[in-house]
Design a protein around this ligand. Structure first.
Ligand code: ZN
Length: 142
C-alpha cells in the first residue's frame, strides 16, 4: 500500500469508528428518551454504505446487555449481523462497534481476521447464503 492509500485507509477506519460511536451514543440517548423499538430506530438511521446502494439494512441481534443509566435500564447491542437485501452485503457489529468498511479494506489483514472470527462465532445463527457466498466474503473461500 502506498503512503496515500495508507492514510486514506487510516482515515476511513477513524471515520467508521467515530460514526459507530456517534450511532451508539445517540442510541443510548434515544433509549433514555424511551424509544421502545430499538431495532426499528437503529434501522432508520443505518443505510448500506456500498456505492450506488444506500439501501436500508436489516439487523439480527445475537447478544445484548442491560446497563443502568440514572437508574434506568438501557439495552446495548454487543454482537449483531447487518445485512443488505439489495446488494446482499453483510456487516458485523463486534463488541458494540458497527464495522462498515469498504470491501477492499475488509478483504485482508486484521479486519479480515476479525470478521472471519465473527462468522465462525455465529455460524449457527448466520444464514447459510452469507456463510457460503457472502459479499464481500464468506467462510467457504478460506
Ligand atoms: Zn447494499
Amino acid at each position: 500500500m502506498n503512503q496515500r492509500g495508507y492514510h486514506q485507509a487510516l482515515l476511513d477506519c477513524v471515520m467508521v469508528f467515530v460514526t459507530a460511536r456517534i450511532v451508539f451514543k445517540s442510541l443510548r440517548v434515544a433509549i433514555e428518551r424511551r424509544v421502545t423499538d430499538l431495532k426499528t430506530w437503529l434501522m432508520d438511521i443505518l443505510a448500506c454504505p456500498a456505492e450506488n446502494c444506500r439501501n436500508k439494512l436489516e439487523i439480527d441481534v445475537y447478544t445484548q446487555h442491560e446497563i443502568k443509566i440514572d437508574d434506568e435500564s438501557v439495552t446495548e447491542i454487543d454482537e449483531a449481523l447487518l445485512t443488505c437485501p439489495k446488494c446482499d452485503r453483510w456487516y458485523p457489529v463486534i463488541d458494540g462497534i458497527v464495522c462498515m468498511l469498504p470491501d477492499t479494506q475488509r478483504m485482508e489483514g486484521k479486519q479480515r481476521i476479525e470478521e472471519t472470527k465473527f462468522l465462525r462465532r455465529w455460524k449457527d445463527n448466520i444464514p447459510s447464503r452469507i456463510l457460503e457466498n457472502g459479499t464481500p466474503f464468506g467462510l467457504s473461500e478460506e
